[in-house]
Design a protein around this ligand. Structure first.
Ligand code: ZN
Length: 313
């Protein structure tokens, strides 16, 4: 008998995206809405979206992908900076209202699971996902298990210090990896280069206002050959290689998957990162080099991974 489809839901700070995912990892139906500001409203919205999707076809379970700190057994949202829940047993609350089993995991863990099950790191013994977005999200699969650490908060790789006394980070430290290697960092680097360098397209896109520069603008300007934007992409590639080399010395991964929104511009920085990386790892030239791959599922990875976790695969 073929297993039924499941629902995957990615709950972000801005929007909630939900979809029915079939056995082939394809989206069969999808809905989305803005993320509400209270616990009750967020739960009401989840129930509404699940009910809508479950009316289109038979589904057997629901998986939630959440950006936040979860209890180690994934039964509670302890804290999520952009969501209303605090110490909340979300899966139980939702399950009781929709009469379906509900599982929950961290959004980057869900994405890493999707890539490990059917994507760029399929079957790897140690599979790492680095998601480059506003910051750096990391998900690690070791021998087919999601690695969570002793208290459920690992791996926070984005806050490894790469530059002592470097750029300040909202986490309270300075010089964290994600301050140099993320969409936010890309914009900050480009702003600095705009002040001193040749940046005709960046100036045009931003109305000659460095504070208006976004990561997306840098990506567009780099595609059009803007020298400052290209230099910012090179810096991003350099810091990606530097951080991945640190992480590789600890984990010795088989495959590192690079995903997240910034990965859509990977053509501008990934080749440089890959070539620098192989020379930065300990024992360079005398050891196997982990493969660095581009994520297969893009921004659907969280939803697909949550649906796979709900299906028990
Ligand atoms: Zn930090």
């Amino acid at each position: 008998m073929t297993a039924k489809a499941t629902i995957g839901i990615d709950i972000g700070g801005t929007s909630v995206r939900a979809a029915v995912i079939g056995n082939d990892q394809q989206i069969r139906a999808s809905v989305r809405d803005l993320t509400p500001h209270t616990e009750r409203e967020t739960e009401d919205l989840l129930v509404t979206l699940i009910t809508k999707l479950a009316a289109t076809q038979q589904v057997s379970a629901v998986g939630l992908a959440i950006a936040g700190f979860l209890s180690r057994d994934q039964q509670k949202v302890m804290f999520a900076p952009h969501l209303a829940w605090r110490d909340a047993d979300v899966p139980q609350r939702i399950s009781g209202r929709v009469n379906l089993p509900v599982v929950m995991d961290h959004d980057v863990n869900s994405a890493a699971w999707a890539e490990y099950q059917h994507g760029a790191s399929a079957g790897a013994s140690i599979a790492l996902l680095i998601a480059l977005g506003t910051g750096i999200g990391a998900g690690l699969i070791i021998d087919g298990q999601i690695y969570r650490g002793a208290y459920g908060v690992a791996p926070e790789l984005g806050h490894l210090t790469v530059v002592p006394n470097g750029r300040p980070c909202p986490c309270g430290k300075r010089g964290c990896w994600e301050r140099y290697c993320s969409g936010t960092a890309l914009a900050e680097t480009a702003r600095g280069l705009m002040g001193t360098g040749d940046a005709p397209i960046l100036r045009q896109l931003s109305g000659d206002d460095p504070s208006a520069v976004t990561g997306t603008m840098v990506a567009i300007a780099a595609t059009e050959g803007d020298p400052a934007a290209l230099a910012a992409m090179d810096e991003l590639g350099h810091w990606l290689a530097t951080g991945l080399a640190l992480v590789t010395d600890v984990l010795d991964p088989e495959v590192i998957v690079v995903g997240g929104g910034v990965a859509s511009a990977a053509g501008m920085f990934l080749p440089l990162a890959v070539s620098e990386f192989s020379g930065l790892i300990t024992g360079a030239g005398h050891r196997p080099v982990p493969r660095i791959e581009l994520a297969r599922f893009g921004d659907r990875a969280g939803i697909i991974g949550a649906a796979l976790l709900a299906a028990g695969t």
